[in-house]
Ligand binder design. Structure first.
Ligand SMILES: Nc1ncnc2c1ncn2[C@@H]1O[C@H](COP(=O)(O)OP(=O)(O)OP(=O)(O)O)[C@@H](O)[C@H]1O
Length: 709
């Protein structure tokens, strides 16, 4: 979650733009596992210690990252795009289970947000003209800091570079201290122990320096380019590849530029977020909503960012799916939310800005109602969405002990935002921002209104009329038109878009000098005389209140959630006393890529009509199923599907042909029940739609015991 800092801290700075091309074929490692075992013998076992990392699996085992990654590739959850040509860094395709998991995630998202909150879903274009993104500030300011290795030419994202080197030094310090303790305990010379470390990796640091590094890392998102440059110099941070300090950080704009049409004269970009399309349609959406406020629009679609250093699989890529909500709210009255009372009791793990500024990462568990009351969260609407985000990630199966809501620090926050909390999820790659939830204030609607002269505002009938005093622009059309000729409309639009403060300044300039200077976006500075325009303060009675709504924006990265979901639901089991372990992905049934595996005992033709009929019934019930009639043993077929996260398995055997009974197996416990086909189909439906758990099924249908080998 480093981009916001640099992007936001660049809002007021000039940028240099560097093209970055990076290709990096991804290696594929495949772990083959074979086993024969019985269902009673399965149990969670830790993987071989040499492969362990700090991260843990669903069952608290140390995460065997290599085995997890191999499973993701082997079962084709996702795969590098264009791999037969060597791949392109930061581009991935989803395979069948990954695509199905993504569909289920989106489906749950739509139900949880769009349907539950009556949001207005839109689907806007990816291609976005230059003027839109220039106005929104992205052309000038949507950038990260990058530096270059003077010898190897490596392009490094500056904050990642600082972070990586400091973390590696801290790791080395820990190792050196560990070795020292070990050596002291064994009454050996600690210096000898230290030598066991590799270069920088096992060097003991001063206690004060350790504290300094930890403080820098705690607020790594809070530094701008100059400050990152200073850190590189101060701590003499070197690229391990060359042993040299990289060049001072410069800003790199992350948008992909293109042009629309054959003449290439309409510059445009691939959108870096879906939000702008929603803002473009604000006035029509408000009308569609019959002028009623508050309301929210929502959009699911691809966004594109030319990331400096894509890494960690799906976590930082150059093309990704976003699900974004723009909730439009009246800024008057503290941005209350009509349904806040429904969520105010929900406790959320919050890491607020002041805690981070103090160099700490302590999370406070606090009811969202209290957090809003105490001002830890700025307003009810943002609080409401934080709670709803938390309920959503719980529903899809994220491990709730591995989440936190981290507030942006003042420097990190975009200048238009009054508050911003990210949902961060702990993965093997550390804490990863999966959802941003920002209060974008009136910024976007106001800048687009100013640029286009189209009022993106709400007009509200007032119960009691208001007496308003305001600065009004009075144009002498007879002189104005002939004076500005074809540019008259442009100058008039720029005048109409001026704020009250600006008009007051114009009035003063007219009184003092008889003229004023006006910025017209398409023309630059234009001088206007008092003979053409007057600006005076007038008083009127208003029956209508006009305001620009504020926007609260929950913004979800679907790929990051998908990856976190896989990691959090992964664990391994093995036969008792055996060496072999196998992966299981324990997704909640509603998220499972395939709900049911159908396994005929053998390839005997007699099973075919029954299997066809069972598949038809399951499909008719809206339950996805796959038949595995391969020649592998039943145990192997189950194992393959445990790795795919398939929630349930039905076995069809010779007894089925006699009495129409089938067995139903639960992926997580490997336990089975046996009952009449219709009863099993009903149980499957109940488990998949969340009406029953496996325990409920075992209470209502006879338990069945059989070997899985
Ligand atoms: N390069 C990326 N790859 C995958 N997902 C991304 C990427 N950039 C952003 N996202 C997702 O989109 C969401 C909203 O985008 P936002 O602009 O808030 O991210 P960000 O703060 O720029 O992220 P980061 O700081 O990690 O680059 C993020 O929470 C994240 O889930």
């Amino acid at each position: 979650m480093h981009i916001h800092l640099y992007r936001s801290s660049l809002w007021s700075k000039g940028l240099q733009v560097f093209p970055v091309v990076s290709t990096c074929p991804l290696t594929t490692s495949i772990l083959r596992r074979t086993f024969t075992t019985t269902r009673q013998q399965y149990k969670a076992v830790p993987p071989k210690p040499k492969m362990s990392t700090d991260a843990t699996t669903l069952k608290g085992q140390p995460l065997d990252k290599a085995a997890f990654d191999a499973l993701m590739r082997r079962r084709m959850f996702f795969t590098p795009s264009f791999e037969i040509y060597g791949g392109v860094s930061g581009l991935f395709d989803l395979g069948p289970p990954g695509a199905a998991l993504q569909s289920n995630l989106i489906d749950t998202w739509k139900k949880h947000f769009i349907i539950e909150e009556n949001m207005l879903e839109v689907d806007c274009t990816v291609l976005t003209p230059h003027v839109v993104l220039k106005t929104s500030g992205h052309v000038d300011k949507f950038a990260d800091w990058m530096c270059k290795d003077p010898k190897t030419g490596d392009i490094l994202r500056a904050d990642h570079f600082v972070e990586d080197v400091l973390e590696s030094r801290l790791k080395g310090d820990k190792e050196a201290r560990g070795l020292e303790t070990q050596a002291t305990a064994q009454d050996k010379d600690p210096k000898r122990a230290k030598k066991k470390g590799k270069g920088e990796v096992a060097v003991k640091l001063d206690d004060a320096l350790v504290q300094e590094y930890e403080e820098v890392l705690a607020k790594i998102d809070n530094y701008d380019g100059d400050q990152l440059g200073e850190l590189i110099k101060k701590y003499d941070l070197k690229n391990p590849k060359s042993g040299l300090q990289p060049s001072p950080p410069v800003a790199f704009n992350l948008m992909f530029q293109t042009s629309i049409g054959p003449s290439s004269n309409v510059p445009s970009y691939l959108r870096p977020e879906t939000a702008q399309g929603q803002f473009m349609n604000f006035a029509k959406l408000l009308e569609y909503n019959m002028g009623q406020m508050p309301f929210a629009s929502a959009s699911i679609g691809k966004s594109y960012r030319n990331e400096i250093s894509p890494r960690a699989g799906l976590l930082r890529v150059r093309e990704f799916l976003m699900a974004e909500i723009e909730h439009f709210v009246d800024p008057k009255g503290g941005k209350k939310h009509p349904r806040f009372h429904e969520v105010e009791h929900i406790e959320l793990p919050l890491l607020d800005g002041p805690t981070q500024l103090a160099g700490q990462t302590t999370v406070k568990k606090i009811a969202i109602g209290k957090a809003v009351q105490e001002g830890i969260v700025n307003n009810e609407t943002i609080g409401y969405f934080l709670a709803r985000i938390s309920l959503f990630v719980e529903k899809i199966g994220i491990d709730m002990t591995k989440i936190r809501f981290r507030q942006h620090m003042a420097n990190e926050m975009a200048h238009y935002a009054s508050d911003c909390y990210d949902l961060e999820v702990k993965c093997s790659a550390g804490w990863v921002e999966c959802v941003g939830c920002a209060d974008r204030s009136a910024y976007d609607l106001a800048v687009h209104t100013k640029q286009t002269g189209k009022p993106l505002v709400v007009r509200e009938q007032l119960e009691t009329p208001e007496i308003i005093t305001s600065w009004e622009v009075d144009i002498d059309k007879k002189k104005f038109g002939p004076f500005f000729k074809k540019n008259a409309k442009l100058v008039e639009s720029a005048l109409e878009a001026t704020t009250q403060d600006h008009r007051e300044q114009i009035a003063k300039a007219l009184t003092d000098t008889g003229k004023f200077s006006l910025d017209v976006p398409e023309m630059g500075k234009v001088e206007v005389g008092i003979d053409l325009v007057k600006v005076e303060q007038k008083t009127r009675t208003e029956n209508i209140r006009e305001y620009t709504p504020n926007v609260i924006e929950p913004s979800f990265g679907i790929g990051r959630l998908l990856f976190a979901l896989c990691e959090h639901n992964y664990w391994t089991r093995a036969e008792e006393g055996g060496e072999e372990t196998r992966g299981v992905l324990s997704f909640p049934p509603a998220m499972a890529p395939t709900k049911v595996l159908i396994v005929p005992l053998s390839s005997n033709d007699k099973f075919v009509p029954f299997i066809n009929e069972l598949s038809r019934k399951l499909r008719a019930a809206g339950v996805s199923c796959r038949v595995d009639n391969s020649s592998a043993s039943i145990g192997k077929r189950y194992a393959r599907n445990d790795e795919l996260g398939t929630a349930l398995a039905v076995t069809v055997d010779f007894q089925t042909l006699q009495d129409n009974t089938i067995t139903l197996r639960d992926r997580d416990s490997t336990r089975q029940v046996r009952a009449d086909e219709d009863k099993v189909v009903a149980a499957i439906q109940a488990v998949v739609n969340g009406a029953q758990t496996w325990e409920d099924v075992e209470k209502s249908l006879p338990v069945f015991t059989q070997q899985e080998s």
